[in-house]
Design a protein around this ligand. Structure first.
Ligand code: 5GP
Ligand code: ZN
Length: 111
């Protein structure tokens, strides 16, 4: 499958990893929008939040279980999690991912 984040998972494209286990991977975004900008993805290919279902939702829970671990590792005292879903939601890489943003005091609004 021609998926950028699947290629990062299998090592075809390098990434600056901050956390990895058997189910998920977290790496620094190539174009950070905040001082700390990490992308957290399931290793299994799920296209977007719209494709989460009974059989694959465990990995989403696992991501949220590990977000505090990753945030602590990055010394984040407060952060924002963003998911963009499909083209109208601003998604550009069609492999489910959560943006972890922080490293400064963020405003209340997203846009
Ligand atoms: P989206 O717009 O789909 O929510 O987010 C995709 C994110 O992936 C963007 O923030 C973009 O900067 C990041 N990105 C795109 N290509 C690469 C890449 O090759 N490596 C890394 N580390 N991040 C990437
Ligand atoms: Zn993928």
């Amino acid at each position: 499958m021609d998926c950028l984040f699947c290629k990062i998972v299998n090592g075809d494209i390098p990434s600056n990893k901050v956390y990895e286990d058997d189910k998920i991977l977290a790496f620094h975004d190539i174009a950070p929008q905040t001082p700390v900008h990490v992308v957290i993805i399931p290793k299994m290919h799920i296209a977007c939040a719209d494709e989460v279902n009974e059989s694959n939702c465990d990995v989403v829970g696992h991501i949220f279980l590990k977000i505090p671990v990753i945030a602590k590792e990055l010394n984040l005292d407060g952060y924002r999690i963003i998911n963009n879903c499909k083209e109208n939601g601003g998604q550009t890489v069609m492999h489910l991912h959560f943006h972890l943003l922080g490293g400064k005091t963020l405003g209340e609004k997203i846009v």
